[in-house]
Write a new protein. Sequence first.
Length: 220
Amino acid sequence: MSPIRVVLVDDQHLVRAGLRGLLERDPDIAVVAEAGDGATGFAVVRTERPDVVLMDVRMPGTDGLQATRRIMADPALRSVRVVMLTTFDDDEYLFEAIRAGAAGFLLKDTRPGTLREAVHTVAGGDALLSPAVTHRVLAAAARATTPTPDSIADLTARERDVLEHVGRGLTNAEIGAALHLSPDTARTYVSRLLARLDARDRSQLVVIAYESGLVRPGDA
C-alpha cells in the first residue's frame, strides 16, 4: 500500500521539523510538503492533494481556520482530511473549524505515538474525536448556540439514539455496547446518519448533535 501523504502547515519551522521527524518514523506515513501560513498551505494542498493536512490554528495572514474553509469548499479537495493543531485556549476557533469540515484536532503536546495513530485514523475515514478534548470545545460553543431540533426531526428514534452517542464522543464499539447493537450495525447507523444529515464526517455529526439540542453542555 502507498504511504499516507501528509502536508504540514505551521508558521514555526521548528514545529514543522519536529512533526516531520515524528511522523516519518512510521514507514506508512510520508510528509510530502510544508507551508508556513494558511494561504501557502492551501496552494500546496491544491498541488499535492495529500491524504491528511496537519493545520495550525493561529498563523499570520491567512490563519488555519480560513485555510480549512478554503480546502473544504474546494470540490477538487473532497478527499483531503484536515486535522487542526492547537493549544487548550483555541476553543472558539476549533469549533468553527469543525463546522467548516475539519476532521478533528490534536493538542500540540500530543504524544508521538498518538500523533501517528491520529494520522492513520483520519486517513482511514474516521473523525479524530477525543471525548476529553472534543467535549470541551463543542460544549463551550454549544452554550452560545440556539438549538434547532427541526434539523433532526425526520430521524427515527434509533437514529437519534445513535446520534446522541456520537455527539458524546463514543466509538462505534461503545455505541454498540450502549445500545445493544453489534459494532457493524452501529457503523451502519452512523453511515446512514452521514447521508441523511448531509454531514461530511463524524465530527460534523457531533456538531449537529449539539446544535439540535440532542446533546447539551455537561452531558457525559
